[in-house]
Design a protein around this ligand. Structure first.
Ligand code: PAF
Length: 284
């Protein structure tokens, strides 16, 4: 596996792949890779001639400086894992390599047709502008045929689909296909996340109650209203010492607007486990 840290080097390598008519898979990540990422990378390796994995803790998508500072980083372990999975290129630039000073201040604002006004977007102002800023840059640089994203970040995935499908951008990214990959859970049900690395063993046990409540809600949905299910999930999680729900919303999986039916519905939750903010979701 080749490690790349500059845009210039990346562009040269991509150009060579294009000339050889190789299909390109891209897995954008912020590093601290876990089995969830590994499943995306393995899928890309299976489905494409070459796989690029970006490892970049993108400063412009963090609205909380402490979260950015404490975001787990382990580039050597990431490189070892990616090599063992058969990835071809790991792109790990510095923020200065990725952005000019002006770009770093993230004054860009994209139109997301309201998809960014709810849930994560409401709680983390500017977050999705930063995500789209970096993801669109990666698409321009790597020109992938397929890009792989996990469904744990459900709202992020909706917004990336929106960005790619927006009529003004149609054609910009060629025939790029966004590949939605299912949430990867540990045997105990906990959704894998890089932020889990910040949890103690005891907190990890506690955090299992988040997915447990979501699974229970799936059964409840057969005999309760959306409002009742929402309340049950919030009360169940909040009853566990050490957990605090920031929001739980059952929304339409396409528009992300609140819904009162379980058709095409997804329940998205954000929970503080001690100081660590975790997200998860379930489709009904
Ligand atoms: O999901 C993530 O890890 C990040 O938001 C992404 C898509 C790599 C952009 O920085």
């Amino acid at each position: 596996m080749q490690l790349i840290s500059t845009k210039q080097e990346l562009l040269a390598v991509v150009e060579a792949c294009k000339q050889q008519k190789k299909s390109i898979g891209l897995v954008p990540t912020m590093g601290a890779l876990h089995e969830g990422h590994a499943s995306l990378v393995s899928r890309s390796v299976r489905e494409n001639d070459v796989t690029f994995v970006s490892v970049f803790v993108n400063p412009t998508q963090f609205n909380n400086k402490e979260d950015l500072a404490k975001y787990p980083r382990n580039v050597q372990a990431d490189a070892d894992l990616l090599a063992s999975l058969g990835a071809d290129f790991m792109f790990a630039p510095t923020p200065e390599e990725m952005y000019s000073a002006e770009e770093m201040s993230n004054t860009f604002s994209f139109d997301f047709a309201g998809l960014d006004q709810v849930m994560e977007g409401k709680m983390r102002p500017g977050h999705f502008n930063g995500v789209v800023q970096v993801v669109s840059r990666l698409f321009y640089l790597v020109q992938p045929d397929r890009a792989y994203f996990g469904e744990k970040d459900f709202q992020q995935l909706c917004i990336i689909h929106h960005m790619v499908e927006r009529s003004s951008l149609k054609g910009t990214f060629g025939n790029l296909q966004i590949v939605d990959c299912p949430i990867f859970r540990g045997a105990n049900g906990l959704a894998l996340s890089s932020r889990n690395a910040r949890l103690s063993e005891e907190e990890k046990e506690t955090a299992v109650n988040i997915s447990r409540a979501l699974f229970m809600s799936h059964a409840w949905a057969k005999a309760h209203t959306v409002k009742e299910v929402e309340q049950m999930v919030i009360d169940t999680i909040n009853s566990i010492p050490g957990l605090e729900v920031e929001y739980y919303e059952i929304v339409d999986a396409t528009t992300l607007q609140p819904t009162d039916t379980f058709t095409n519905a997804v329940g998205c939750v954000t929970v503080y486990c001690g100081p660590v903010r975790l997200i998860d979701n379930i489709k009904y």
